[in-house]
Design a protein around this ligand. Structure first.
Ligand SMILES: [Zn+2]
Length: 353
């Protein structure tokens, strides 16, 4: 049993306030006396906060110090106001972010995750979780966070995983979720979907290639996606192309002809390029939406590995960038390229690889 440090300190009084000495004395006392432990049957209106769980990617930063202090201020104020208060602490597995850290560590040792194999890789991931999670908890305690540590959670605890599955099943049973094809950010190197905030924009020099599509010419920086084109789009008010809207054109391409339906869509900027865009619903977010609005088929010509699929015909198996070069050469040979202009634009890249 610890004693309350209420007696005046003996010996020398430091001439400056020394927070570490004071805090190290108080926090263990608060904890050992259970001041932060919530009791479900205690009096008072309930007030609870579930900590936005920090990722186990190392240690807390200044942003955590700020937002956890704000939570602590709220929780302590409510506790003093007589509320039955609970602040649930925990950490988040942040799978992909942790994955990247582990891969970097392995790379520094000259190894890959494949060298390790699944079992040993997972062992290593759990070991990292213990280290990083331990650091985070120590840091939160040093901040004085008045969390109920008896209720600490990790986002991959069996109970939490079960709750996630339960929620998904209920949503499914109630018809509130569905499964469908959708366009996503995909990193061929990480082999995973990326959220929009995980995509960085990088300025790159490219070629703006003007390709002849039967009666029209249009510009693109990704000529290899031509293999996945299922439509052409123009602005509804663009008089130049009004006569083509609704028609399905058979246009000469690298392998004979392809069929493309001409649609009118507000998403097209009539002042950009020639005012006509090719629609590749499988490989461009804007085109995907246009395709949805006009029921254009989706052709996936680039696979999860960044290589051309069987749908790409004779280009199948080529890396997309190699295919880009090859298709420009082939289109040139067929006289289907009108001109090529230098172009600088922002390309979405993975923030990790
Ligand atoms: Zn990546």
């Amino acid at each position: 049993m610890s004693t309350l440090p209420t007696s005046p300190p003996t010996g020398e009084i430091p001439d400056r306030y020394d927070p570490s000495a004071v805090e190290e004395r108080w926090y263990p006392l608060w904890e050992s006396r259970g001041y932060f432990r919530a009791d479900p049957v205690a009096k008072g209106k309930p007030f609870s906060i579930v900590i936005p769980p920090p990722n186990v990617t190392g240690s807390l930063h200044w942003g955590h110090a700020l937002n956890n202090t704000l939570q602590d201020v709220l929780v302590r104020m409510k506790r003093m106001d007589g509320f039955n208060t609970l602040w649930v602490p925990g950490t988040d597995h942040a799978a992909i972010a942790v994955h990247v850290i582990l891969e970097r560590q392995l790379a520094a040792e000259g190894k890959t995750k494949e060298d390790l194999g699944r079992e040993r890789y997972l062992e290593r991931a759990w070991k990292w979780k213990e280290e990083s999670g331990g650091t985070i908890v120590r840091q939160l305690k040093r901040l004085g966070a008045s969390c109920d540590w008896t209720r600490e959670r990790f986002t991959m605890d069996p109970g939490l995983s079960r709750a996630v599955r339960e929620v998904f099943v209920r949503l499914w049973d109630e018809g509130l979720i569905y499964r469908d094809d959708y366009i996503v950010n995909w990193c061929p190197s990480c082999q995973t979907v990326l959220s929009d905030i995980e995509v960085e924009r990088e300025e790159r020099d490219a070629e703006f290639v003007y390709i002849k599509y039967g009666p029209v010419t249009l510009g693109t920086v990704r000529p290899e996606t031509k293999l996945g084109d299922t439509g052409l789009a123009v602005h509804p008010k663009d008089k130049r192309y009004k006569h083509l809207v609704g028609q399905t054109l058979e246009v000469p391409s690298v392998d004979g002809t392809i069929s493309v339906r001409v649609v009118a869509d507000e998403a097209v900027d009539p002042d950009f390029g020639t005012g006509v865009i090719k629609v590749t619903p499988g490989h461009d977010p804007v085109d995907f939406e246009i395709g949805r609005r006009h029921n254009l088929p989706i052709r996936t010509v680039i696979g999860f590995d960044g290589k051309m699929t069987a749908e790409a015909g004779r280009y199948a198996g080529l890396d997309r960038f190699e295919c880009r070069k090859r298709i420009v050469e082939d289109l040139k040979a067929l006289g289907l390229i009108e001109r090529i202009e230098p172009y600088r634009h922002a390309v979405g890249v993975c923030y990790r690889s």
